[in-house]
Design a protein around this ligand. Structure first.
Ligand SMILES: *[C@@H]1O[C@H](CO)[C@@H](O)[C@H](O)[C@H]1NC(C)=O
Ligand SMILES: *[C@@H]1O[C@H](CO)[C@@H](O)[C@H](O)[C@H]1NC(C)=O
Length: 187
């Protein structure tokens, strides 16, 4: 008993560092992986179910060299291998909308990024090679986020981002949706 009462109190600094350690390991346990391997490579999937089918998405810099992480501080080229069974998509009927999310590390989830209405009802043919005729082909899209400086300003550097591209053809009513998750540099 005497021994118990004479024991030294636990130093405050030790307590503080244990609490800190618990907090850090708590975060790591909650979120021990980057989403879909985005620390190593781009992850994409088709979020529409036809009629257009997507086979491959490759992101390149302005010089046509594959790049990862993706640098949003300069224009990028996105090459999409598609099979378009029936309709021809032309300027200005092909409209685009882009939705953005950033990775919330603490919550281990995606958080919506404000786009200030700048990425709604865009003329897709301003960015893509149009017309898009029926058949299997590579569609080349140029994305220049520097045109959307208010958005770039709110994007933290060196983080995974999720981008959803929705295309709608007003003439045929066809829709295409593709989601991308990729590590991006924004500064
Ligand atoms: C990972 O990708 C799949 C589609 O391949 C998607 O359904 C899922 O929501 C993604 N997970 C995260 C954490 O983003
Ligand atoms: C996608 O296309 C690129 C460029 O042609 C090629 O290097 C890559 O292997 C393709 N990926 C898949 C999964 O087919």
């Amino acid at each position: 008993m005497v021994h118990y009462y004479t024991r030294k109190p636990i130093p405050m600094s030790f307590l503080k560092s244990s609490v800190l350690l618990l907090v850090i390991s708590g975060v790591c346990l909650g979120c021990d992986q980057w989403p879909n391997g985005t620390d190593k490579a781009i992850h994409w999937w088709e979020c529409s179910n036809g009629p257009i089918k997507l086979y491959n998405v490759t992101v390149m810099n302005q010089n046509g060299q594959p790049e990862y992480p993706i640098l949003l501080t300069a224009p990028i080229q996105v090459w999409i291998d598609i099979d378009n069974p029936t309709d021809t998509f032309t300027d200005p009927n092909l409209r685009a909308q882009v939705n953005l999310w950033s990775w919330n590390y603490a919550g281990c989830s995606w958080a919506s990024v404000p786009t200030f209405g700048l990425l709604r009802d865009l003329n897709a043919c301003d960015f893509a090679t149009c017309p898009i005729n029926p058949g299997r082909q590579w569609v080349k899209v140029t994305i220049d986020f520097t045109q959307f400086q208010p958005i770039i300003n709110v994007l933290k550097d060196n983080m995974p981002y999720q981008l959803q591209l929705n295309l709608h053809d007003k003439a045929s009513g066809d829709n295409v949706c593709v989601s991308f998750q990729a590590w991006c540099r924004t500064k």
